[in-house]
Ligand binder design. Structure first.
Ligand code: COA
Length: 535
């Protein structure tokens, strides 16, 4: 047991200022979450309730076991993307416990543009399915949607990862034995009707849930046939005539109770492959992280102090502490679950990349999940490191990180840039889950560097063409680039575009990670085949 010793001075001016600034960021996160939790406009929510329907969040509350956590994913997807649409993109996705079993819950919010799917809504649905598929979580879809948001067709219709991928993944998941249940609580029209139709079991509410490939208006326009919605795709018809649905419920509450019953008959629950130890709180308060994270991007954060506040009892068995000291590697536990942590403590040098490679190799050998805490400006550049073969060393780290088939997670805690972002388990390397703290930032390079690089390119062109610019003109050229990069790199932009699964608070990190480690510990072990390590 190696208990970390904190050298933090919580009485310092720096701590106080960092802490004050971080708490403002937390307030901003809470305000954004609140707009998402409320859903559509009050008038529309009232109309929803007057129809005898339950609001989507309350539906989820009634579906899950009382007192169990619901880990919401993609809650800020679509933030500031479509006018009048709150963050969340009209759908709620997350992992909840039903009848003692972890499930992926996907719920349309009919109070947001009729629960229709924008491009980003499709991507959020697809992402939730991917997490469910990989972890073999049953998927419960609470359907209440007008289908495609027609003006956004370029982002939702033709391509992979859009609406059609929802069906494609449903079929793939089903083939792999992942249970899927749909609860039709409102309309599901056209393509949307295939979501329940491709499920194992479908519950529908009488007089409220409708499923049809073409609604009454479309049917009349296409064939001249006049038919009422109930007769065309109502719950009674589908449950007694077409056989499209399997269970007829009287209202939302009844439908959700039937769904819980279905989940209780999904067969044996998967057991964890690991035995967590007794959870212990870190020896130092986690909220001190607010005062540790540097408010100034030019001043690095002391990530050693952060790990001391994330792992159980601040017990961290560090690997190679004296070698490659711009990266920290070691083992600790989070709520009793063992995890291998890789955290940046500076720019990536050759030794750091080799150390990370060795460490990932060990975690794979021992079947221990990996957690990357990303806070890195990138790989070192220059003649010396090139001659030391940094490209080869970086390639080794990327090969190890990319090949590893143990559960792996990323949290962007500070600035994560360029190839450093990628090597620290960036999104293209398919982490099982990826989060950012409100201070998380990521881009190809920092705003100042991007402005300088483009200004240099411009200056060379000016020189070639015999022109020159004044310092004022150069600054006028740089300012909008800086601004664009600043807007791009923020955690909320990443969350809006679903490049991360959620923005989480440092203080929530242990709970979120414990839940994810528990979920991933219940899936079968997958062997890793490492790619070629160039020597
Ligand atoms: N595309 C774009 N916008 C849509 C839409 C669609 N498919 N369906 C609904 N909307 C918009 C409405 O214009 C309205 O926008 P507003 O808030 O800016 O006024 C909002 O969503 C709510 O629609 P509204 O009809 O007032 O809500 P409702 O609860 O009474 O009915 C539906 C919801 C989904 C049943 C109804 O809007 C409908 O039938 N839509 C068309 C469904 C369809 O044919 N889809 C085919 C897609 S392939």
């Amino acid at each position: 047991m190696t208990k970390m010793k904190s050298l933090l001075d919580t009485g310092s001016d720096d701590f106080r200022k960092n802490n004050a600034q971080y708490r403002e960021k937390i307030d901003e996160l809470h305000a954004l979450r609140l707009t998402q939790r409320v859903g559509g406009p009050e008038k529309v929510r009232n109309r929803h309730i007057e129809k005898g329907k339950i609001l989507p969040r309350e539906r989820i509350e009634r579906l899950v076991d009382p007192g169990t956590p619901f880990l919401e994913l993609g809650e800020l997807a679509g933030l500031n993307m479509h006018k009048g649409v709150p963050p969340g993109a009209g759908i709620i996705t997350g992992i909840g416990v039903i009848e003692g079993r972890q499930c992926m819950i996907i719920a349309n919010d009919a109070t947001v543009k009729g629960g229709t799917y924008f491009g980003i809504t499709c991507r959020k649905h697809v992402r939730a399915q991917k997490i469910a598929w990989k972890n073999r979580l049953p998927v419960i879809t609470l359907v209440d949607s007008g289908g495609a948001f027609l003006p956004d067709q370029a982002n939702l219709f033709p391509d992979e990862g859009q609406f059609g991928s929802i069906f494609h993944q449903q079929v793939g998941m089903s083939g792999d034995g992942v249970p899927q249940i749909a609860v039709v609580l409102g309309p599901c029209t056209a393509g949307g009707a295939y979501i329940p139709a491709l499920c194992d079991e479908v519950v529908i509410v009488r007089g409220q849930g409708f499923m049809y490939l073409g609604g009454p208006e479309l049917t009349f326009a296409a064939t001249g046939e006049k038919v009422e919605a109930e007769e065309l795709g109502g719950g009674k018809m589908h449950s007694s005539v077409s056989g499209v649905t399997d269970h007829l419920a009287e209202d939302d509450a009844h439908a959700l109770a039937i769904t819980r019953d279905i989940v209780s008959h999904l067969g044996e629950k998967p057991l964890p492959r690991k035995t967590p130890t007794e959870p212990r709180a870190p020896a130092y308060p986690t909220e001190e992280i607010y005062g540790i994270i540097s408010r100034d991007p030019k001043v690095p954060t002391e990530n050693r102090e952060i790990i001391a506040r994330l792992v159980d009892d601040s017990d961290f068995h560090e690997f190679k502490p004296l070698y490659g000291d711009t990266i920290m590697t070691g083992w600790g536990r989070i709520h009793g679950h063992e995890v291998g942590i890789i955290a940046n403590t500076g720019v990536l040098f050759v030794e750091a990349a080799l150390k990370a490679t060795h460490f990932i190799n060990l975690c794979v050998q021992r079947d221990i999940p990996l957690l990357f805490l990303a806070d890195v400006n990138g790989f070192m550049v220059g003649r010396e490191v090139e001659q030391m073969g940094i490209a080869k060393a970086g390639a080794k780290m990327i090969t190890a990180m990319s090949s590893a088939r143990v559960p792996k997670f990323t949290i962007i805690t500070g600035g994560s840039y360029g190839a450093g972002y990628l090597a620290m388990l960036g999104r293209p390397f398919q982490p099982d889950a990826m989060f950012a703290w409100p201070t998380g930032r990521s881009a190809i390079m920092g705003p100042e560097q991007a402005a300088s690089v483009l200004a240099q390119v411009r200056a060379q062109i000016n020189e070639r063409e015999g022109e020159s610019w004044t310092p004022e003109e150069e600054e006028a050229f740089k300012a909008p680039i800086r601004k664009e990069y600043e807007d791009f790199q923020g955690a909320y932009n990443f969350a809006s575009n679903l490049w991360i699964d959620s923005v989480i608070e440092p203080c929530e990190t242990r709970d979120v990670m414990a839940l994810m480690l528990d979920v991933t510990s219940r899936r079968p072990k997958v062997e890793t085949n490492f790619g070629v390590f160039r020597m």
